[in-house]
Design a protein around this ligand. Structure first.
Ligand code: NAD
Length: 457
């Protein structure tokens, strides 16, 4: 569904009017298009003394051919007094070991806050508080979250701001995350905290031979892929080189075949809630591919009613499609050893599963359960070299959100730092990052794709 307000706001006359009236101003977001560079201009890199990330990040930027600037040498234009503009501000805060050291962040961002292009990127690196060497250090590192979340709300114009906690020893595992967060692929991801750990034994976060086709040779399953977000996920995984099996209910067979044909993939018509679905799914992969490297549990339904008015069938169907069927499928794929080391399980939760939502007790329960699945399975699956993460979309322009009452839909679109809804591609790009072989250090993460929605923030 098109966002007519955003189109109007991006016209010359419309922009002038909404500025005058003080209405939300949805910027045009920098989204990735094949052939785009990672960032359109220089990156300003700085850090507190003693940090672990500045040097490796500087090397990665250099290897990617990105022009770097140094906060110590960059100077304001003598006539305008302005700092030169950057595409990203990257700050290594891992050297900050107590709260007084946080002042370094003020000094850096106060000086550079205006030195960022529209759709700029702010990335702060830190140490996970639970891995800090002392309570003082843990406090300072935890405090970083307030800074990045506020910058996401403050800078506007399509800027995204993230905090990346890198576990000591995982410095070499940050490249896929750095690339994703700098690029236009993360256009609708902001205010997030990402944890990068040491990849499980026997696996790695080594860079792919080709960053444009990181999933070459991988086999992927995307459920609920006949339309909407699922179709976009299938397209992006195929673009990134995966052989994709798209799955949906038989009633959506025609649309599903269309998606499969457009990406050179295979269609599998299956109702996930059927008793024999896990076995049939496992048989399909065992016979055709011998394995499945990337499992994306995207299929989902809503059956909204307040709990007092909700019949049991609405509760049961939503819990079964959105949560229980995924558990049954995971169990069979794992029991039959069809997900090899290096495998990726990716769930699709929702900000409703974080914030709760009136009329959605069933949906929010199922989506909070997806978060529980990620958190409870991360350690267990690490022993097998498999990562498990989820995305939690906010308001995404699909048929699901087109069905909302108009006022709720408008509120959903505007109540975030981007003043607009996201697109299915935004969720798909985030999933592709989590699916990539180079993302071996990412497990147990819930990444919201919500433009920093105020709900549950
Ligand atoms: P959609 O309704 O357009 O697509 C969902 C797909 O899942 C459909 O093609 C449907 O046929 C399929 N499906 C449903 N039940 C199935 C079953 N039993 N077996 C196999 N396939 C089944 O929805 P969407 O907006 O693209 O959402 C995709 C996912 O993203 C869902 O999990 C949804 O909860 C989640 N999500 C969406 C939004 C949003 O704003 N659109 C926000 C948060 C989360």
């Amino acid at each position: 569904m098109s966002d007519r307000y955003a189109s109007f706001a991006n016209s010359v006359a419309g922009h002038a009017l909404i500025k005058r009236l003080g209405l939300p101003d949805p910027p045009r977001l920098r989204r990735y298009r094949p052939g785009d560079p990672l960032v359109p201009g220089p990156v300003l890199l700085d850090g507190a003394p003693g940090g672990r990330l500045r040097e490796p990040v500087g090397k990665l930027l250099a290897a990617a051919g990105i022009e770097q600037r140094d906060a110590e040498t960059v100077t304001a234009d003598p006539t305008t007094g302005r700092m030169p503009l950057n595409s990203a501000l990257v700050y290594d805060a891992s050297g900050i070991t107590d709260s007084t050291g946080l002042r370094a962040l003020y000094d850096f961002f106060h000086a550079q806050a205006r030195a960022l292009h529209p759709s700029g990127r702010v990335i702060v690196f830190g140490t996970p508080p639970e891995a800090a060497g002392s309570p003082r250090e843990a406090v300072a590192q935890r405090a970083l979250e307030g800074l990045t979340r506020s910058i996401g709300k403050e800078f506007g114009r399509g800027t995204t701001a993230q905090l990346v906690y890198v576990h000591p020893g995982a410095e070499s595992a940050v490249e896929s995350t750095l690339r994703f967060l700098l690029s236009g692929r993360s256009a609708y991801v902001s205010g997030q905290v990402v944890r990068v750990g040491v990849p499980p034994a026997g696996t790695s976060a080594a860079p792919p031979a080709d960053w444009l086709r990181p999933l070459d040779g991988r086999v992927a399953l995307v459920t609920g892929a006949a339309r909407g977000i699922g179709a976009a996920i299938a397209e992006v995984l195929a673009r990134d080189g995966a052989r994709v099996v798209v799955l949906d209910v038989p009633a959506a067979g025609e649309a599903l075949a269309g998606v499969a044909n457009s990406i050179g993939g295979t269609a599998l018509q299956l109702d996930l809630t059927a008793a024999d679905a896990p076995a049939r799914l496992a048989d399909h992969f065992a016979e055709r591919h011998g394995r499945v490297d990337v499992v994306v549990h995207n299929a989902g339904i809503t059956r909204d009613k307040t709990i007092a008015k909700m019949d049991a069938a609405r509760w049961d169907s939503v819990l079964d499609v959105n949560l229980s069927s995924q558990e049954r499928i995971n169990d069979v794929l794992l029991e039959r050893d069809l997900i090899p080391a290096g495998g990726r399980l990716i769930g699709v939760s929702s900000i409703a599963g974080i914030a709760g939502n009136r009329g959605q007790t069933n949906y929010a329960t199922s989506k909070a359960g997806v978060i529980g699945l990620v958190q409870s399975m991360a350690l267990v699956l690490a022993e097998r070299g498999i990562t498990v993460n989820a995305v939690a979309p906010g308001f995404i322009e699909t048929r699901m959100t087109a069905r909302m009452p108009v006022l709720i839909r408008e509120a959903g679109r505007r109540m975030n730092s981007m003043s607009q809804g996201g697109l299915p591609i935004d969720v798909a790009e985030t999933i592709a990052w989590l699916a990539a072989p180079a993302s071996g250090g990412l497990t147990g993460n819930i990444v919201r794709v919500c433009g920093q929605s105020l709900l549950g923030a």
